[in-house]
Design a protein around this ligand. Structure first.
Ligand SMILES: [Zn+2]
Length: 335
């Protein structure tokens, strides 16, 4: 009988189960109600007592081992089946689609970074403002033809309230609340009532800069924009100032940079001129300073403004403004 017990112990030890049925077969044989071990215990009662001393512990060992083994087989099968059905570790991983920063936001961040290193801070203001902040304080008198340069969206029933046509309203608000020295840039979205095309849109983004203090001269304006142009478009970049007109600056100048595509020899981007326009600028008109309660005999300042879309289009050679607001992933994921 001892031989039989030892045989069963080794059978239990080496048992494997690949299916639920095999686990069940093991259970029926060794643990179930009519299991083989119970039969042996029955037999045990009638063996001579000198055999019992060795047989007893062996039987108990068999019984315990069978119970342990059953748990082990059943656990192994469960974890195996869940890993087979839920996770195949040999498959490539799946990842969520990663978004990217919109090119306009990227350019805006880069512009802010360049000016912040020149000591500018960032100011913000409302997109809906009144006529005073958007036009009158900026030296656009009522019925002045300069207002027609910027087709404006007015809020219905109140012609005094409008969607800002430029971020210059933030300059007025800033000068009203803060006295010189001022050294700020104002990025933001602006609106104009224009037909949408590859070159024009009813909304776009600007960054304006304003510096007001004592002894601020045209030289400071030029140096600031020269530094910006080199940082933004490369060390070799040259700038050129052309006389221009804006109601809020006097004198005024358009800023051109040497074409960074052809290096000045002429190409499609610069229309064969070797130069591309990037900004408008000028010395703040004394009337504008006075409108904000700043003494124009003591302080002077310069201002500049550029379109973020325009800078982005130049930098990445994009030829259609509409791409920025169409949310076409094929376009956006290139940045
Ligand atoms: Zn060129």
């Amino acid at each position: 009988m001892l031989e039989k017990v030892k045989e069963l112990i080794s059978e239990v030890e080496s048992a494997v189960a690949k299916t639920d049925q095999e686990v069940e077969n093991f259970r029926l044989k060794f643990v179930g109600r009519n299991n083989v071990i119970n039969d042996l215990f029955d037999e045990f009662k009638s063996v001579p007592s000198e055999q019992k001393r060795e047989l007893g512990p062996a039987l108990n060992k068999l019984k315990n081992q069978a119970q342990e083994k059953l748990k082990e087989l059943s656990n192994a099968l469960n974890s195996q089946s869940s890993s087979v059905s839920d996770v195949d570790v040999t498959l490539p991983g799946t990842f969520g689609k990663e978004g990217s920063v919109h090119p306009i936001s990227q350019t805006k961040s880069r512009i802010i970074e360049i000016f912040e290193r020149q000591g500018f801070n960032v100011e913000d203001g409302p997109e809906i403002d009144n006529d005073w902040n958007n036009f009158t304080a900026l030296n656009f008198p009522e019925n002045h033809p300069a207002r027609e340069m910027q087709d404006t969206y007015f809020v219905e029933k109140n012609p005094d309230i409008l969607l800002r046509t430029h971020t210059s309203n933030v300059q007025i608000r800033l000068m009203n609340k803060k006295k010189p020295p001022i050294r700020s840039i104002m990025p933001g979205r602006v609106y104009r009532n224009e037909a949408i095309s590859a070159r024009a849109h009813c909304f776009f983004h600007q960054v304006e800069g304003l510096v007001v203090g004592e002894n601020i001269s045209f030289k400071d304006l030029k140096n600031t924009l020269y530094h910006f142009s080199k940082e933004m478009f490369g060390k070799e970049t040259k700038i050129r100032l052309r006389p221009s007109y804006f109601p809020f600056t006097e004198p005024s100048a358009e800023i051109d940079i040497s074409c960074f595509i052809c290096g000045g020899s002429g190409c499609k981007i610069c229309k064969q001129t070797g130069w591309v326009e990037i900004a408008g600028s000028g010395m703040v008109d004394p009337n504008v300073l006075e409108n904000c309660g700043i003494d124009s005999t003591k302080y002077s300042g310069f201002a500049f403004g550029m379109g973020i879309e325009r800078i982005t289009m130049l930098k990445y050679q994009i030829d259609d403004l509409r791409l920025f607001s169409e949310n076409d992933i094929r376009f956006l994921k290139q940045f």
